[in-house]
Design a protein around this ligand. Structure first.
Ligand code: HEC
Length: 189
């Protein structure tokens, strides 16, 4: 370093020569730190309690699934009777109407008479006339036909409320109905 004369090494590569300088202390310490870090890191993650990214992902997915199960009861635990019991509560119908106006009207028409999507007021159903059928269609959607899956966009509560609202439109015979689609099925009563 400063107390020592730069020493020119006695080799020569195409006219390029080099000094035998000592590495700066900060550089050496930094280098040693990286070695210590690597040993600790490998020890912790490879042999110790550290979790791999795959394990962290699996844990987070399990956590999410637990949450989802709490928020949305398993579909087969929702029965037609359960839905029917709530289907005519005015507060739910009002909430459902708001959701319908914001999210469904564009395709199913202002009165549910059908536009791009089928008429929701008649006795014909492509995916079944029951409240559980409608709920399933709204939750899962029919992506190939242009009906979205709403499960990521609406809560279970909101989905049920909008289904109740559609149910309340049944038999209202709005003007300019879309031609019946699907099979004639007795409406949910
Ligand atoms: C982008 C257009 C679009 C929007 C928005 C839309 N739908 Fe649909 N919907 C459709 C189409 C198209 C179908 C018919 C699917 C098929 O042919 O299988 C459908 C089918 C349905 C059915 C089944 C009808 C039957 O005959 O079985 C229900 C119930 C339904 N939609 C409810 C809703 C609700 C509730 C909303 C709002 C949250 C909504 N839809 C928003 C296009 C839409």
């Amino acid at each position: 370093m400063a107390d020592r004369e730069d020493e020119l090494l006695n080799h020569d590569y195409d006219g390029i020569q080099e000094y035998d300088n000592q590495l700066p202390k900060w550089w050496v310490y930094l280098f040693l730190c990286t070695i210590v870090f690597a040993v600790v890191y490998v020890g912790y993650y490879q042999f110790g309690p550290g979790l791999s990214q795959t394990e962290v992902l699996a844990l987070e997915m399990a956590e999410m699934q637990k949450l989802a199960a709490v928020q949305a009861p398993a579909a087969d635990s929702i029965t037609e009777e359960m839905l029917l019991a709530r289907a005519s509560e005015p507060a739910r119908l009002a909430a459902g109407q708001g959701i319908y106006a914001g999210k469904c009207l564009a395709c199913h028409g202002p009165q549910g008479q059908g536009l791009v999507g089928p008429n929701l007021t008649d006795d014909h159903w492509i995916h079944g006339p029951l409240l559980t059928d409608m709920r399933r269609t709204v939750v899962e959607g029919v992506p190939a036909k242009g009906m979205l899956s709403w499960k990521a966009l609406l809560s279970e509560e909101e989905i049920q409320n909008v289904v109740f609202y559609i149910h309340s439109l049944h038999g209202t015979n709005p003007p300019n109905p879309k031609q019946p689609e699907g099979t004639l099925a007795p409406a949910a009563s």
